[in-house]
Design a protein around this ligand. Structure first.
Ligand SMILES: [Zn+2]
Length: 299
């Protein structure tokens, strides 16, 4: 049975912590390096439901994408929700390890897993890591579809292939426009609009898009397409907004498979699990009963 320190060394080789953003908080949050581990659980969020699942499973290590403490703390008292998480972990000898922006930029990383779930062919990173001479690491991915789909069809594919959430998939732009190339980025992607514009793709699938950036982005691309000005005479670009959790969850399956393979190679005999618990904070969705067509608005 491997010790925690051996597993962490293998995870750090997959997602070197020094490649995380400077503001990020990755690495081991709790755990005794000398403790032996036989079961590992992967999840997106280090919340109480997930830690309870790790307890039930008898896991010795929980690996999450999101950090527990991003900005530090002065208390782990069990009457705070994060303190309760820490208490539960330590009481049950469960280590917590975080791979966040270091997993985003990895090859393969979070957006490769998202592209894989959507059956897309990855062409290159959307924002290449300048320190990678091979040009394979970086943020987001520029991808191709094997045959063109309308935005509506591509959104339906995303809704079908990504884990189900209350939000589903929101679309901005013309639902009947054709998609041949698409940029994807797991998690919050609206800081990447300039890179998406420069990539000249037909669509961008990500999460957490806000009104003003989305509205300006779609309007700018529609204007460029009509007038042949701006960043290029492409089709108007469509935005697809999925639930943040759903865009990052496919990485858990990828990461679990990577650790499984390492375990086989070393003869560790680890049992590696992926949590299917939906930890997206949005729990219900009510579709409007009045459609835009009924209001007489152009769609
Ligand atoms: Zn995230």
């Amino acid at each position: 049975m491997p010790r925690l320190s051996e597993i962490i060394a293998a995870l750090d080789a997959l997602w070197p912590p020094e490649r995380a953003e400077s503001w990020d908080a990755v690495g081991t949050v709790a755990g005794d390096p000398d403790q032996e581990v036989s079961r590992v659980l992967f999840a997106v969020d280090p919340v109480q439901d997930i830690v309870d699942e790790a307890v039930k499973l008898g896991a010795g290590l929980l690996v999450t994408h999101h950090p527990l403490y991003l900005r530090g703390t002065s208390t782990v008292a069990a009457d705070t929700f994060k303190g309760r998480v820490v208490h539960t972990l330590i009481k049950h000898d469960i280590a917590l390890h975080v791979a966040h922006t270091n997993a985003d930029v990895a090859d393969p990383g979070v957006s490769d897993a998202l592209a894989g779930a959507l059956d897309l062919r990855v062409v290159r990173p959307l924002v290449p890591d300048p320190t990678d001479p091979a040009g394979r690491r970086g943020l987001g991915r520029v991808c191709e579809l094997d045959h063109p789909l309308t935005v509506r069809e591509f959104a339906a594919r995303a809704a079908e292939r990504l884990p189900a959430t209350a939000q589903g998939i929101r679309v901005a732009g013309d639902p009947e426009a054709l998609v041949r190339t698409v940029a994807v980025s797991g998690g919050s992607g609206d800081s990447l609009f300039d890179d998406v514009r420069a990539a000249g793709v037909d669509a961008f699938l990500t999460a957490d898009l806000r009104h003003h950036p989305a509205s300006e982005f779609v309007a700018d691309r529609a204007h460029s397409a009509t007038h042949g000005t701006g960043t290029g005479a492409h089709n108007p670009l469509a935005l697809l907004d999925a639930a943040h959790w759903a865009t990052e969850w496919p990485w858990c399956e990828l990461a679990a498979a990577q650790l499984d393979e390492i375990s086989d190679r070393h003869g560790w005999g680890l049992r590696v699990h992926v949590s299917a618990t939906v930890t997206d904070p949005w729990t219900a969705h009510a579709a409007s009963t009045t459609t835009s067509e009924a209001l007489g608005a152009p769609n």
